[in-house]
Ligand binder design. Structure first.
Ligand code: TRH
Length: 383
């Protein structure tokens, strides 16, 4: 589809990489698959630069893979006129003057608040609802990403699962994915990609892998879980290209790469530890067993969300496998070394069945419309 519509996406980076990651992925897809003119207004270019390495983080206005990327400063530059569609990512707010200008456009722009992803059942009834702006004569539409056809869906690029399957079949390309880490692929080893928040349970898990019977390769991105790794390695965290071997465990560190390369890591690992929102979705597309370190919230609200997701994922799973997965996810999220170590053997035993389930889950999810396409249809129907 080719249109002349202009889209602006506003993104404030709260912390880490997920806010930028989701917006960057969405922006690229809107340009590449929907022919839209997209500007990403972002207040933290260095964070985006970590996952979009070609970006010039000192430039306030630039084109990057077809997306116009502009630094979100206050006030916005004078040439910032409202687009046809305005995406307010994660309720970050739209600058007052820009919002006021939206209300006097000859054709009222469509203003969409992109919410956080959730598997909770209530989001289906809230997805796509309008809400009048509290002060301005304009409507905001609420978009709830989720896992059901009644929700806003999740991001999925065209041909994603085919690209994944093709890469998995190509041994040379597969091996190339790990080259920067210095680890030489060993078909006997369990290859774990580790992307998590600080987690006191990690050293106990590393001990278990080091002392176990099975060769394990654990690859962590640079700077991730650094205090735990620092402690576990006695201040000698490996550099990319020079893994550390202790017992049966090879611990390797990988440089930060762009999102597509990060996806490829998830595709070729046997087990993916992921976190936040975007890598959590990408692990689902990878179709390998995965363990989600959910972003912690006050009052353990995140555990309600994790439970809602597990309820959907495990539907139809045999009891033993279900318990194995659930116990390990809970132990990992509790960050408790004792319960996490105790739950690992059960999870390891459940992994083959969990893998079958995860692949089926990805196939079923891929039959639903992807978030970007659904969003384009929704907005164009309102213009
Ligand atoms: O980094 P995250 O924890 O991000 C977030 C933020 O904390 C945010 O405030 C919170 O609201 C949200 O989680 C739920 O995890 P996430 O979402 O997985 O984002 C990581 C991004 O980084 C994702 O787009 C993948 C990308 N990435 C790369 O592109 N290359 C890499 O090498 C790595 C390690 C990650």
């Amino acid at each position: 589809m080719t249109t002349s519509f202009r889209w602006d996406i506003f993104c404030r980076v709260v912390d880490n990489f997920g806010d930028a990651g989701v917006c960057w992925r969405l922006a690229r897809q809107l340009v590449h698959e929907h022919g839209l003119a997209v500007t990403l207004w972002i207040d933290d270019l260095p964070s985006l630069g970590r996952i979009a390495p070609g970006l010039a983080i000192g430039h306030d206005d630039q084109a990057a893979t077809g997306v116009r990327v502009r630094r979100w400063v206050d006030p916005l530059p004078d040439d910032a006129s409202p687009a046809d569609v305005v995406i307010e990512a994660f309720g970050c707010g739209i600058p007052d003057a820009y919002a006021a200008a939206m209300t006097v456009m000859p054709r009222s722009p469509v203003w969409v608040v992109l919410e956080y992803l959730s598997a909770e059942p209530w989001i289906d009834a809230s997805h796509g609802l309008p809400s009048p702006h509290p002060r301005l004569p304009i409507t905001r539409w609420f978009w709830f990403p989720g896992f059901t056809p009644a929700s806003g869906g999740v991001l999925r690029e065209e041909g994603l699962l085919d690209a994944r399957d093709a890469l998995r079949c190509d041994q040379t390309v597969r091996a190339g994915v790990w080259r920067s880490t210095g680890y030489t692929p060993d078909p006997e080893a369990l290859v774990v990609s580790l992307f998590c928040y600080a987690n006191p349970a990690l050293p106990a898990l590393l001990d278990q892998w080091a002392e176990g019977d099975e060769p394990v390769v654990c690859v962590a991105p640079e700077g991730i879980a650094s205090s735990e790794l620092d402690r576990w390695t006695g201040g000698a965290i490996p550099h990319p290209g020079a893994p550390l071997v202790r017992g049966r465990l090879t611990l390797a560190v990988a440089p930060f790469v762009d999102q597509d390369a990060f996806d490829r890591r998830l595709w070729v690992a046997d087990l993916n530890f992921v976190r936040g929102e975007d890598s959590f979705v990408r692990a689902q597309w990878a179709g390998q067993p995965f363990v989600w370190h959910i972003y912690p919230q006050e009052g353990d609200a995140h555990l309600v969300k994790m439970d809602a997701f597990l309820n959907r994922l495990e539907d139809g799973l045999p009891e033993g496998t279900r318990v194995g997965q659930r116990e390990f996810w809970y132990a990992w999220n509790a960050g408790d070394p004792v319960t996490a170590a105790a739950a690992w053997p059960g999870y390891r035993a459940a992994m083959p069945a969990v893998g079958v389930l995860t692949r089926a889950w990805a196939r079923a999810l891929a039959r639903q419309p992807d978030l970007a396409s659904a969003l384009v249809t929704f907005c164009e129907n309102r213009l």
